[in-house]
Design a protein around this ligand. Structure first.
Ligand code: CUA
Length: 351
């Protein structure tokens, strides 16, 4: 291969790498910028294990290079047979004991933190903030049992206190992960996993109050689009949000919105709900609860929140999230009907 062509390949490989790595380090998305107690503990463990690994690599590399140089075959010594050694108790003890010590240094904080993060006793307190998370192909439901409200796609939490999670899935295995705050934990169909997170108020300010959440388990063709957003509010704001959402009713101000409501009640209400106090059992809640939909961060978890995106989604959800359960479950809508439905959906405000 010509040299310049090789150089070009190496250069493009590094440029691509630089481009990919440029995505790292955002305060709202990166495990390397922890924004809460859990993330900080996980980050410290990462640092500790990386430090131990780097130390081992450095020591081994130094010994390796030393041996290569010191015992290389020299000119004129081609037939020289060095002294044959069999076993060395000192060395054998040394290379058994050192790894054991390193493993102990790694194990003690890891096990201690694992138990600490799994301690969900406080969940039983009456004023604990508890969220039941249900993962579905490809959307997230967030139920607040103590507040008696249900929402979806946007997880809303108060800052600086423990938020407890009961997590499960209704179809296949998914995984709940908020990279900069903590996780990831599998959501299973056959049982609940429990853990807690803390959302740091100062750190969340630098992330503009929004963290990114992701599904971290390959679950189907739209796994990569199974995102959710986390809105972090102060305790007072959180209480206001709960009260507002509790009473939020669809706002049907125009004739067009009314026509949209009719379409909704005919074709969508079988799976979706528009009020946060949804008394139906979870088997009946087959699609995201849309209470407060107009004030959410994204449409379908991934599109910018505007009317254009809603229309795009309503016209062809399959194109945006392949394999989602909404495709082909409602009749083809005319452009006018799509407009009316969009207007109705934009009237589903938080207050
Ligand atoms: Cu759900 Cu990946």
């Amino acid at each position: 291969m010509k040299k310049w062509r090789l150089n070009l390949r190496v250069l493009s490989l590094f440029s691509l790498l630089a481009l990919v790595l440029a995505g790292c380090g955002e305060p709202f998305l990166s495990t390397l910028r922890p924004a809460g107690e859990v993330a900080e503990r996980q980050y410290s463990l990462m640092l500790l294990s990386t430090a131990i690994m780097v130390l081992v690599i450095i020591v081994v590399t130094i010994i390796f290079v030393y041996v290569l140089v010191r015992f290389r075959r020299r000119k004129g010594e081609e037939d020289f047979i060095p002294k044959q050694v069999e076993g060395n108790h000192k060395l054998e003890i040394l290379w058994t004991v050192i790894p054991i010590i390193l493993l102990i240094i790694l194990t003690v904080p890891t096990v201690a933190d694992t138990f600490k993060l799994a301690d969900t006793e406080g969940m039983k307190d009456e004023d604990a903030i508890v969220v039941n998370v249900r993962a579905n192909l490809y959307w997230w439901e967030f139920e607040y049992p103590n507040q008696k409200i249900i929402t979806s796609q946007d997880l809303v939490v108060p800052t600086d206190k423990k938020v407890y999670f009961n997590i499960k899935a209704s179809d296949v295995k998914h995984s709940f992960w908020i990279p900069s705050v903590g996780g990831k934990l599998d959501t299973n169909t056959e049982g609940e996993n429990k853990f807690w997170l803390v959302f740091d108020s100062e750190k969340s300010e630098s992330a503009n109050g929004i963290f990114y959440g992701k599904c971290a388990e390959l679950c189907g063709p739209s796994h990569a689009y199974m995102d959710f957003k986390v809105r972090v509010l102060s305790s007072e704001e959180f209480d206001t949000w709960v009260n507002d959402l509790k009473d939020a009713k669809p706002e049907v101000a125009t004739e067009s919105a009314q026509a949209g409501q009719e379409i909704f009640n005919e074709s969508c209400i079988g799976c979706h709900a528009v009020e946060s106090q949804d008394g139906r059992p979870e088997q009946a809640r087959q699609a995201p609860n849309l209470a407060g939909f107009a004030d959410r961060q994204k449409v379908a978890g991934i599109l910018d929140h505007n009317e254009e995106s809603i229309k795009k989604w309503l016209k062809d959800p399959e194109e945006i999230k392949p394999g989602n359960k909404m495709s082909n479950t409602y009749p083809d809508l005319t452009d006018e009907q799509v407009d009316q439905l969009t207007e109705y959906l934009m009237g589903l405000k938080e207050k």
